[in-house]
Design a protein around this ligand. Sequence first.
Ligand code: SAM
Length: 296
Amino acid sequence: MSLIDNYKIPESRPEPNPGTLYIVGTPIGNLGDLSDRAKNILKTVTLIACEDTRKSGQLLKRIGSNKPLLSYHQHNTKSRLPQILKIIQDRGSVALISDAGLPGISDPGEELVHAAKQNNYEVICIPGPCAAITALVTSGLPSQRFCFEGFLPTKKQIREKVIKDIAEEKRTTIIYESPHRLIKLLEQLSNFCGRERPIQVSRELTKRYEESIGSTIGEVLDHFKFKDPQGEFTLVLEGKSKFNNQQKISESEAIHKLKSLIIKGEKSITASKKIAKETGYDKKWLYSQLNKKLDK
Ligand code: SAM
């Protein structure tokens, strides 16, 4: 008897189980990533809760599911929760899907799962693609310990504080970002982590124009000088370590060094370049700070 003959395939239970909420992962681009198990659930549950009924309707049409869809998103959570829970209470089964990827990961889902658990209903995940994990495992950066930030806050001060914290984080950090904010985010990361900090920017994962851009913040910034960011992006940033800790001095110390060089007769641009190299702060940022200070 061979090893293969000896291998026992784990038994699976019949699905869908009455009175259950299924969290179903759907593709982040490549439709081939929808599993047989996910297809089966989406064809057999009582109801499918989704972010956008038109988008999910297309997916369901492709797989031949005619199950009813109910919109569930951040603006109607309050009214929809009782409706969905009632179906589960009546021994029906509900599948929750998002527009793409795993519900609950920067997508609606968390509150529904919490409410189902509070009511002692069973919650089962049908695992599927997740942009964060897909980007992490292809990054080549440490994946033993990592943290997920999702989309960073947009309010200036809070955002800056979060980026400062990320710069100090020792574990690998995963960030979601929209194409129109990507360059600004990379500049901010460059200021706080240094141009040399390893990063991988994953674009259009699982899709036709999938691309990995790296390997340092500086290189990625240079790449986007010539190419407008388009599509969907996930960033994987290496954590701070003694090997990539470029910025040993504070912002004000760096600006002070810069001004001292200029007082000694160095031109502003040359001085900014020199201090950028010495401290890891971005030269454009240093130059802009210098103008700010001189304006005062
Ligand atoms: N729940 C989803 C998941 O599990 O992947 C994430 C939803 S979040 C609203 C969407 C963000 O995820 C995008 O703006 C982008 O940052 C990232 N993302 C989704 N699909 C992607 C892809 N194919 N390639 C790169 N990043 C992607």
